[in-house]
Structure formats: C-alpha cells, structure tokens
Design a protein around this ligand. Sequence first.
Ligand SMILES: *[C@@H]1O[C@H](CO)[C@@H](O)[C@H](O)[C@H]1NC(C)=O
Length: 436
Amino acid sequence: PRARSIMHHLWLMLLPFLGLVSVAPAEKGLEFPRYDGKDRVLDINDRNYRKAMNKYSMLCLLYHEPIPDSKELQKKHQMTEMVLELVAQVLEEKDIGFGMVDAKKDAKVAKKLGLDEVDSVYVFKEDRVIEFDGLLSANTMTEFLLDLLEDPVEVLDNALELKAFNRMDEEIRLVGFFKNQESEHFEAFKEAAEQFQPYIKFFATFEKTVAKQLTLKMNEVDFYEPFMEEPVTIPEKPHSEEELVAFITKHRRPTLRKLRAEDMFETWEDDIEGIHIVAFAEEEDPDGFEFLEILKEVARDNTHLPDLSIVWIDPDDFSLLIPYWEKTFKVDLFRPQIGVVNVTDADSVWMAMDDEEDLPTAQELEDWIEDVLSGKVNTEDDDEEDDDDDDDDDDDDDDDDDEDDDDDDDDDDDDDDDSDEDEDDDDDDDDDDDDE
Ligand SMILES: *[C@@H]1O[C@H](CO)[C@@H](O)[C@H](O)[C@H]1NC(C)=O
C-alpha cells in the first residue's frame, strides 16, 4: 500500500492534461479538445446516485479524499476533477456518466457502492464494477473507457487479422475456436472475457482455416503469456466461464510484463514478497532493443519459475516519471538497466553493466536473476550506512501517506517543488486525522 501511495502522489502531481493547451491552428482537422467550462461531472450523493446509475450505460466515479481547507490543495483537487471533466466532454456522445464521490461527505454512498480505495476510479457497467488502477490522465482514462465500450471478444475472421493478433505479444491474450456465435461455449468465453475487460484481450474465431493456423481444435482455448513464443492450451475443453476465470486468475502474472499506464498501480501492487525486478529499456533505442531481446530470451527460458516476474518499463511511455526515477533509483535511464526495487521504501540495487558498450549476455542476466531469487542480490545488504531506511519503521500502526512523504524527503535532500507538494500532503493527511 505504501508504494501505491507514492505512485498515487505522483499522479496527482503529474496530471498531464495541462499539456493540452494548443495554439489554435488556421486549418481544421486537428483541433485538440480543451475544456469548455461546462459542468458535466456530477457531485454524487445519497439522493442522486441511483438515478445516475440508471441513466447511463456506464458510470465512472472518482472516489476521492475529502475536499481540504487549504487553497492549494483545493486547486490540486480541482485539477483532478478537470481531468474527469475533459474526459466527460470528449466522450459526451458515448452515454457515460461521470461523478465524484467524497470519502467523508458521501461515505454512505461509497459504502453502498463498495468503493474502498480512495483516489481510485470505479466504472459501473451493467452488473459489473471495474476498478481503474492506472494513471489518471485524460488520455489514459479516455482510452480505457473506449476499450470498455467495445465487445469483450474480438473475432478473427481471416489471415490478416490473425497477423495483427500475432503481433500483440506484449499483451496477455486468449483465443478460442468455436462453432459459431450461438455456441454455448463461446457464450461462456464471452462471459469470462467481460470479467477481464479491458485488461486482458480475448479473441475468437469461427473459421476453420484461422483455427488451423492457431492449431486450435473445436472449443479449445489457448492462453498467450506476454513475450512467450508458444501459448498454453487450457486443459479439458470445453470450458465453463468459471473454469476460464480460474485458469486466468492463476496464470495472470507473467514472467515478463510491460508497465502500462492503464493499470500501472495494479501491476506495482502485485509485488513478489515486497520487491519487483524492474528492467528499464527504451524499445526505440538500439541498446534498449537489444537488451530487451536478451531479457525476453531469459524470460522464455525461465518461465517455469513461479516467483519470477520482471516488470519492463519503457521510459518513453512515462516521460514525466523519468527525473523521479533517476533520482530515486540513482540510475541513468538513457541506458538499459535492470535492478531490484523494494516497494516499501523504493530502495534499489542495479545490475552492474561494467563496460558501457557491453550489454550482459543472456547467461550473465540469468545468473544475476538467480542471485536475486536466492536473495544473494538484495536491497538490504548495503543498508547499514543508510539511516533513512529505519525512520519509517517507528510508527508502523499507521501506514498512510505521511511516511512515504518522509521517505521522499530524505531521499531527495530538499528538492524544491517536490517537497512542497509533499508537505502539503502531510497537512492534508493530518487534517483528515483530526476530523475523524
Ligand atoms: C524492504 O524494505 C523494508 C523497509 O526498509 C524492509 O523492512 C524489508 O525487509 C525490505 N524487503 C526486502 C524484501 O528486502
């Protein structure tokens, strides 16, 4: 939860919609949306939530901390709301409702709706609740909601579509072969797909030729782990919805996964005994690309290890986080890096890549990973000299944000903007505590 808070604080600082102010061009066709000032986001309360639920095909609610007294923090809150307003404006034609639920004022509604994680967005679609655990930027939110509006299963009709499917190797994918749309087994597949939409992609084909290329028999479903060459066939076809859900839930954590804006917090929370093995590599960069190829090879050779899950971060996808990561992890992100990060305190160790020019071989990388898994490489060995790390163990009873901010401050040695932000957050948290 603490790592999550660090990340959440980050997104509050990042709100990239600020970058949307564009110079008005003379030509038409590239007019970037700017907030028009109209109120579309509802203030959800005990009296209006039912109506809102019934009115829209989807309702998207931000469950937020109580609105603070301080002017600055109110501004921060308004910025978050603006993200939602802009998304609401852009998607105005799509029959999606938007609302804010105050953790204190609307506690009763929150309880009724089952909202429990403050600063999360919940989407209500038919009888499902989908938690959005990603970066709250207008871009990411919009993409997420558009994905949710699509059919949960995409049908592959021909070789061309199959080609596109084969290229999606960064995603967890399932593909099944069914008789037709009316097949009860396809129905079960679709029901399962709905439960993972939009995070896990589901495909189906009704064409014998396509199925043959996928080596699928009738009613068979293959599960593709990201970056692996061969899929796993889910045993004992045909499958009920429950069997599919159980299989996916069990195999969901891949050996190598790419950090994505739409579920970055969820991924980060899915640590393995408090740590992540993190690889930074820019795919567009020749060294980064080569390093990734080595990493994929090692992942394929070691996919049988249940405790191995490497998070690949392409810094290009998270430009706003680069300075923070470089400072926190003390690494140069222009070079490929692989290291171990403790998600409690963001303490980290990084593999030495001795020669600037020389990337590790697959064998060297594998040996290093083995040392991480056996505990020989860890973030704690060098900690004696490092007093910072002990601070936050003093008051374990309350694991909320104050501690993170303290950590940040220690690490950052007085950084201007960040620490201001952090102090504000402390105030915020204190206020909340007093009020309760
Ligand atoms: C992570 O850091 C915390 C706090 O410093 C420490 O208590 C914990 O043992 C560390 N975890 C691992 C796996 O090194």
